[in-house]
Design a protein around this ligand. Structure first.
Ligand code: 3PG
Length: 410
C-alpha cells in the first residue's frame, strides 16, 4: 500500500479541495512587500495549476511569518502574485474560517481559486498537537464540513504539527500535493539510496543543525564525507583545538555555539577524515580579504570565508562524488570580498556530474546570484523541514498523511 495518497488517487472536478501550501516568503521589513516569489511559484505551477485545470474548487490555506514578527502579513499580496503567475483571477478574502470565509468557499466556482487569510491569524494555529486533537479546533470544525478533500502541499512547513498542517487529515480524505510528493521523493532518494561517494557540504551558522545532520548521515553510512564551511567550520576548527583568536572565539561564545564542541570532537574522533575542515581561511583586514593558513592562527581579525586551498581540497572531493547535498554558505557571501569560497564550492558542485541537492534560503539565493540554478539537480523549497528530514526525523505533516491512509479506507 502506498505510504500516502496523491492527486492521482482522487477525482477533483467540482469538488472543494482545501490545499495547505507554504507561501511563507521573504518580506521587506519596511515596505512589507514579498521580495521572493519562489515558493508561491512552486505551488502555483504544479498543484494549484493542476487543480484549477481539472475543475476543482480550490481553497488555499497558508501562513506568512509569525504573529509579532516583522514578516507577519496578510495574504492579499500572495493572492495577487499567484494570480499573476497563473494568469487568471485569484480571489482573496480577509478571513480564515469565519462567516466571510465560509460564504466565499460556498460561492467558489469550478476551476476557481480562493486564498483565505493567513492561518496564523487564528491563535490556536501554531500549537503542536495530533490530528485528532486539532480536528476539534474551530478552524477545522468550520472548514472541513465545506470540503471534499484536503491536500497538503506544504513540505516546507511539514516539521510543524500545527492545526492547518495536520488537523484536516483526521476528518477528510487527504493527499500529498505535487510539491510535497516531489520533495519527499527527491529527498528520500538522497537519504535511502544515495549514489556513492556521497558528500554533504554544510556551511552557514547553524552549527547545531550541521552537527546533528553529520552524526546522522555519517553514522548511518549515508554520507562518505562531510565538508564544513561558514561559522560552522570555525567551531569545528575550535573543536580540533585550533585557537582562532580572541575575537573569533568570543563570537562563537556570543552565538552560544561553544557548548557543541564536545559533540563535534566526538564526531571527528569517530569519523576522522570523513569530516573535512578548512586548511586556510580568509580574514577581514580593514574590509579587504587576506588569506592565511590555519596553522598561522590565532588572529586578531574576523574570519569571513574559507581560503583558496580549502576550496581546492573540497573541489577535489566534490569532483569524485556521485551525489552531493549542500546547505549553507561557506562565508559572508553577501560581501563580494568574501564570496569566493561560496561561489567556487557551488560552481564545483554545479559542474560535477553528481546528483546535486541544495536547500536553505541563503544557499538558494547564492545559487541564483551565481547563475547556477539550472545546473543544480534539485533545489528544495524547504529550510527547517529539509534540515529535520536530513537528520532522519519524522515530519508531523508527512506522518499525518501516512496515518490518514492507514486509518481510513480511502
Ligand atoms: C519555513 O519557512 O521554514 C516554514 O514556512 C515554517 O515557518 P515557521 O518556522 O515560522 O514555522
Amino acid at each position: 500500500m502506498a505510504k500516502y495518497k496523491t492527486l492521482d488517487d482522487f477525482q477533483v472536478k467540482d469538488k472543494v479541495v482545501l490545499v495547505r501550501v507554504d507561501f511563507n516568503s521573504e518580506i521587506d521589513p519596511n515596505t512589507k512587500k514579498v521580495t521572493s516569489d519562489v515558493r508561491i511559484k512552486a505551488h502555483a505551477e504544479t498543484t494549484l495549476k493542476e487543480l484549477a485545470e481539472k475543475g476543482a474548487r480550490t481553497v488555499v490555506l497558508a501562513h506568512q511569518g509569525r504573529k509579532g514578527d516583522a514578516d507577519y502579513t496578510p495574504l492579499k499580496q500572495h493572492a495577487e502574485i499567484l494570480g499573476k503567475i497563473l494568469k487568471c483571477p485569484v480571489q482573496y478574502v480577509d478571513d480564515t474560517f469565519g462567516e466571510k470565509a465560509k460564504k466565499a468557499v460556498k460561492a467558489l466556482k469550478s476551476g476557481g481559486i480562493l486564498v483565505l487569510e493567513n492561518v496564523r491569524s487564528f491563535d490556536g494555529e501554531t500549537k503542536n498537537g495530533t490530528p485528532e486533537q486539532h480536528a476539534k479546533t474551530e478552524l477545522v470544525q468550520a472548514l472541513a464540513p465545506l470540503a471534499d478533500l484536503f491536500v497538503n502541499d506544504a513540505f516546507a512547513a511539514a516539521h510543524r504539527g500545527h492545526v492547518s498542517m495536520v488537523g484536516f487529515t483526521a476528518v477528510l480524505p487527504s493527499a500529498a500535493g505535487r510539491i510535497m510528493e516531489r520533495e519527499l521523493k527527491s529527498l528520500a532518494k538522497e537519504l535511502e539510496k544515495p549514489e556513492k561517494p556521497c558528500v554533504y557540504v554544510m556551511g552557514g551558522a547553524k552549527a547545531d543543525d550541521s552537527l546533528e545532520i553529520s552524526k546522522y548521515v555519517l553514522g548511518n553510512g549515508i554520507a562518505d564525507y562531510v565538508l564544513v564551511g561558514g561559522v560552522t567550520s570555525q567551531l569545528f576548527l575550535a573543536a580540533k583545538g585550533v585557537d582562532l583568536g580572541k575575537g573569533n572565539m568570543a563570537f562563537l561564545e556570543k552565538k552560544e555555539l561553544t557548548g557543541l564542541i564536545p559533540g563535534i570532537k566526538a564526531l571527528m574522533k569517530q569519523f576522522k577524515d570523513k569530516v573535512q575542515v578548512p586548511v586556510d581561511v580568509a580574514l577581514d583586514v580593514k574590509g579587504k580579504r587576506k588569506e592565511i593558513s590555519v596553522d598561522k592562527l590565532p588572529t586578531e581579525y574576523s574570519i569571513f570565508d574559507i581560503g583558496a586551498k580549502t576550496v581546492k581540497k573540497y573541489a577535489d572531493i566534490i569532483i569524485d562524488a556521485k551525489s552531493i547535498v549542500v546547505s549553507g554558505p561557506m562565508g559572508v557571501y553577501e560581501n563580494e570580498e568574501f564570496n569566493y569560497g561560496t561561489k567556487k564550492v557551488l560552481e564545483a558542485i554545479a559542474n560535477s556530474k553528481a546528483f546535486s541537492l541544495a536547500g536553505g534560503g541563503n544557499t538558494i539565493a547564492a545559487i541564483e546570484e551565481y547563475g547556477l540554478t539550472r545546473k543544480i539537480c534539485y533545489i528544495s523549497t524547504a529550510g527547517g523541514a529539509l534540515i529535520e528530514f536530513l537528520m532522519g526525523k519524522k515530519l508531523p505533516g508527512v506522518v499525518a498523511l501516512e496515518n490518514a491512509v492507514k486509518s481510513k479506507k480511502i
